[in-house]
Ligand binder design. Sequence first.
Ligand code: GLN
Length: 447
Amino acid sequence: RFYLDRVAAHNPALNAFITITEAEALAAATAADGRLAAGEEGALLGIPMAHKDIFCTEGVRTTCASRMLEQFTAPYNATVVERLQTAGMVMLGKLNMDEFAMGSSNETSHFGAVRNPWDLQRVPGGSSGGSAAAVAAGLVPAATGTDTGGSIRQPAALCGVTGIKPTYGRVSRYGMIAFASSLDQGGPLAKTAEDCALLLEAMAGHDPRDATSHPEAAGVFASTLDAPLQGLRVGVPEEFFGAGLDPEVAAAVEAGIRVLAAQGAVIKPIHLPNNAHAVSTYYVLAPAEASSNLARFDGVRYTYRAAGVEDLTDLYQRSRYEGFGAEVRRRILIGTYVLSAGYYDAYYLKAQQVRSLIREDFRRAFAQVDVIVGPTTPTAAFALGDKAQDPVAMYLADIYTIAVNLAGIPAMSIPCGLTAGGLPIGMQLMGNYFTDGLLLNVAHRFQ
Ligand code: GLN
């Protein structure tokens, strides 16, 4: 009731929720009370939360913040939804996002932009902007998000909360509407690393319904949070501190690195030379996969259908033109272009080769260090409308987050200070495959 009241009071200004499920939430809370009264224990039992509106929820519409799915209700729950429900969490509703998770500011949503609770004239980041804003404003203590190129970490940084993108294959993608399947990964956003650890324990695990789910996806994260950092080898990539990084962000992250050193970590400069190509590589590969994944939204299945069409081709064309927003259409056009005969070798294949180089950079780095630390974003939250008309400027906001997804490694963003203007700054921790627990441990000791 406390959180529902906060949602009612503050969501009109923030626009973090697309759907509020008050009646269902109160019923679920009563059921959780019953389980507690019966002696059941569990860290998440009865804890309120909300899902990014990309996770399918049986009986509650799942829009992906698109006109295309405005009336779509999935007939089943995503595995993540199922798992958190089994743990006893109480869903308060579905959270706003960039349309089909394409964006870095939450301005591409069919349901309107989300506002940053720290400054309502600024963006919360994206694409999980509703999740980060809702947690930051205390509308829910926890939320789910997805991260294809930074969409958990970047909004977490801009809203001053904690979020982890797990190792690819850790969290099931079943029932999570696909954007770029080789990059997409679900994860939690919350106030602290400890909360994220508890949430990830519940979310992670092998799922036979997701062919890319790892057989050893399950993990224990909460019991290892207190391990000391003495001797931990922390790599600082020079490429993450170059031109384009706001000096206030650099100073806050450097101060964070000194905190780790004071705890006994050994700081080493490292290099990730191919990070310079990460944005261009991603913006070939992610649209290519998206153009294929979004082909299913054809105006016949999944709700939105244009009215008064002349024939089948007209039905496809007009339904997709009217159902998708401008950014989604841009991605589909880029994706089909780079995959088309004659251009495939020059763009798609080349990008896959550069992806291997980026993965190699991390392999070499993790031969020398345990964790890599840097900024999550080049600047703190920018103003609404600032980059909305300039896709390339928007894509550059992802410069520090994208290489992680191309490699499939885990990474998280934790708050590490404020700008002089009072806006949160995020510090990013990156780890080798399946070291999600180590990242949470470092974050917890840091906080
Ligand atoms: N900003 C990136 C994009 O627009 C990443 C989005 C994401 O991680 N879902 O594609």
